[in-house]
Design a protein around this ligand. Structure first.
Ligand SMILES: Cc1cc2nc3c(=O)[nH]c(=O)nc-3n(C[C@H](O)[C@H](O)[C@H](O)COP(=O)(O)OP(=O)(O)OC[C@H]3O[C@@H](n4cnc5c(N)ncnc54)[C@H](O)[C@@H]3O)c2cc1C
Length: 326
């Protein structure tokens, strides 16, 4: 049975058990969120040398070379000694500059941008509540224009972090955030490549950042943003996005609501289905997919089958945190 050595203690790791599950089972306080190898909240450093390859999937090459790994996807084969990450696991204190509702469920949280805080629009950060519980939220702001960090937080009933943001956080309060990470960003260099952006719910946040960034960087080809919700009341920033489409010729906004009879201008269909009906060939396109995990995974497959290259499909599934058994 492999041993996990961490902060002067040793823990027995069960057969096929991940390092994260082992530490949680034994009551060790460690950070984690998605438990699916996406959010990188549970990153650690192995001091025994190279961790298993599957525990480094998605990490930057520099982090891999420095033996960083994700505990949630690490099933150890032999004894491992761990330390918490140093400068790459750095956290920042940020002050809440505004909080408002974008619809019944979604809170817009703006934070003063801490000195030296670098990010690319569309990336996400991990935000901790006052109990130290961390969750990932995507950035809707763009650093070249905004002096704040903007997050769209969907209030989940009973949610440890979203509930805290929606019910207890107030302007002037302080939060702890991680550095921004994630590959779902606009890379300049191909301004004549059409862009397809599809998101559900707060999946709009990173897409808004990406679209604004692309326009700011002079993207000339069409940018089609499809925002979907079950019910039309779940859409938000509709007027802002319509104004953006009026102001910028390349930008096109398609709000969709799949249930009920939507108001004028909102298509009565799922966002991804509408996008694929409007554009049957996506050969040569760049595609961004954000929001519900099931939508993102299905749309990844469908946009690939419609001709988009895998290298041009960027996806951020908002993987639900698998809460530990009580
Ligand atoms: C890369 C990434 C980016 C993300 N970006 C955003 C974002 O911009 N805005 C945003 O609002 N959220 C985003 N999320 C989801 C977010 O990290 C949290 O999972 C969510 O806010 C719930 O956390 P919580 O602590 O409030 O709820 P928890 O205490 O974790 O859970 C409370 C209840 O809500 C359910 N639940 C938790 N998460 C989800 C979910 N995603 N879908 C459905 N049910 C759920 C749980 O099963 C549980 O019943 C992102 C996730 C990832 C991995």
């Amino acid at each position: 049975m492999p041993i996990i050595a961490f902060e002067d203690q040793e823990y027995d790791c069960g057969p096929a058990e991940t390092v994260l599950d082992c530490l949680i089972r034994q009551g060790v306080s460690v950070n984690y969120s998605c438990r699916a190898g996406v959010c990188q909240t549970c990153m650690m450093v192995s001091t025994d040398g190279r961790p298993p390859a599957e525990s480094q999937v998605g990490l930057k090459d520099t982090l891999k070379a420095q033996d960083h790994f994700l505990m949630c996807s690490c099933v150890p084969e032999q004894k491992m000694s761990l330390v918490r990450p140093g400068s790459d696991g750095v956290s920042y204190d940020a002050t809440v500059s505004s909080l408002d509702r974008l619809n019944d469920d979604v809170v817009r949280l703006r934070l003063e941008r801490p000195d030296g805080y670098e990010y690319q629009p569309g990336q996400f950060l991990n935000l901790k509540n006052d109990q130290g519980v961390a969750r990932s939220y995507s950035l809707a702001s763009i650093p070249s224009v905004d002096d704040f960090l903007e997050l769209h937080v969907r209030h989940m009933p009973g949610g440890q972090v979203s509930g805290w943001v929606a019910e207890r956080l107030s302007v002037g309060g302080n939060v702890t955030i991680s550095a921004a990470t994630g590959q779902c960003v606009y890379m300049p260099g191909r301004p004549e490549q059409s862009l397809l952006l599809v998101g559900t719910g707060t999946g709009l946040a990173p897409l808004l950042g990406i679209a604004r960034d692309a326009l700011q960087q002079g993207h000339v080809a069409p940018i089609h943003l499809y925002h979907g919700s079950g019910d039309a009341r779940g859409l938000y920033l509709v007027d802002v996005l319509r104004a953006m489409a009026e102001a910028h010729a390349p930008f096109h906004y398609h709000p969709c609501a799949s249930r009920g009879v939507p108001p004028e201008g909102v298509q009565p269909v799922r966002a991804a289905d509408q996008a694929l009906a409007d554009f049957t060939s996506l050969a040569g396109w760049r595609v961004f997919l954000c929001g519900r995990e099931d939508m993102v995974k299905a749309a990844q497959k469908k946009t690939f089958l419609a001709g988009a290259s895998m290298q041009d499909i960027f996806a951020d599934p908002f993987v639900e945190t698998k809460l530990a058994e009580a």
